[in-house]
Design a protein around this ligand. Structure first.
Ligand code: NAP
Length: 244
């Protein structure tokens, strides 16, 4: 009989896992999206969308669907979902694996500054600077104290409202971006500083490579600790674990 898997998606690893498990008769995979991105990239398995309704809702969902294994391949900064998943699988005693790629590490010569909270960026960025925000539109509330800087916030979907501050704008674009594109974009906009999450991985690293090439300083938000759940760093390792 096939094992029922709930794949919490939102990362490139989730897409890879879906591709690796699709058409494998040993597994019946449902991938779950939060429903934040209006047109998420298609996955190779069946999908559902929207929150579960906290830990209680997730426990109910896992019970009703008879899920055997939960794979949390959400983005490394989706800490609420990851915390809820740990509590739910602990309550039900079902197998659980977190798939999380390592964070980026600075190279010699990089001007990287690590912060725990994004609103600390204002302590580092001088007035008058032009700042690229690669942290997503949902983080804009953290930058109210950057009023004296020019802000450019990149997001996947076209904006559904005006930029929340008078001194900035959205830039619509779906990753991946090449290093050359990022360099050209940063030069054209006169970017002085970058603010990013330490997401890790190859898909969105080009902005850091471009910053390195241009000698730009970067502020990186540190990750929070993950719950006490088994963790692998790649899609392949996760699929290997499932097959054990
Ligand atoms: P979050 O703060 O951890 O989650 C907020 C709530 O959204 C969760 O409590 C849950 O609602 C729902 N949710 C999150 N991921 C879900 C999933 N895969 N399936 C169903 N419901 C989900 O997450 P977030 O930072 O808002 O991110 C939302 C989604 O975007 C995540 O799936 C994440 O992988 C992806 N993403 C996040 C980032 C980032 O920087 N945070 C970047 C790229 C992609 P309920 O409590 O109602 O279940």
């Amino acid at each position: 009989m096939s094992r029922k898997i709930l794949l919490l998606a939102g990362s490139s690893e989730a897409r890879e896992i879906a591709t690796l498990l699709a058409d494998n008769p040993d597994y019946e995979v449902t991938a779950s999206f939060a429903g934040v991105t209006r047109m998420p990239a298609k996955l190779a398995v069946q999908t559902r969308s929207g929150g579960f309704g906290g830990v209680t809702g997730l426990v109910e969902y896992l019970r009703q669907t008879g899920t055997d294994v939960l794979i949390d391949a959400t983005h490394p900064f989706a800490v609420n979902m990851t915390g809820n998943a740990a509590l739910a699988t602990n309550e039900l005693g079902i197998a659980h694996m977190i798939v999380q790629r390592p964070g980026w590490q600075p190279q010699t010569g990089d001007s990287w500054h690590f912060v725990d909270q994004l609103d600390h960026a204002a302590d580092l960025i001088p007035k008058g600077a032009t700042v690229f925000l690669g942290t997503g539109r949902q983080t804009l509330g953290s930058f109210a104290n950057l009023a004296d800087r020019r802000l450019i916030c990149r997001q996947i979907d076209p904006p559904d409202g005006p930029f929340p501050y008078p001194n900035g704008r959205f830039q619509v674009g779906r990753p991946p971006f090449s290093i050359e594109d990022e360099i050209a974009f940063f030069k054209a906009e006169g970017i002085d500083w970058l603010v990013v999450k330490n997401s890790g991985g190859d898909a969105s690293r080009s902005k850091l490579d471009a910053a390195r090439a241009l000698g730009l300083p970067v502020i990186l938000q540190r990750r929070q600790a993950v719950p006490d759940v088994p963790l692998v760093v790649s899609a392949k390792a996760c699929v290997d674990w499932l097959a054990l």
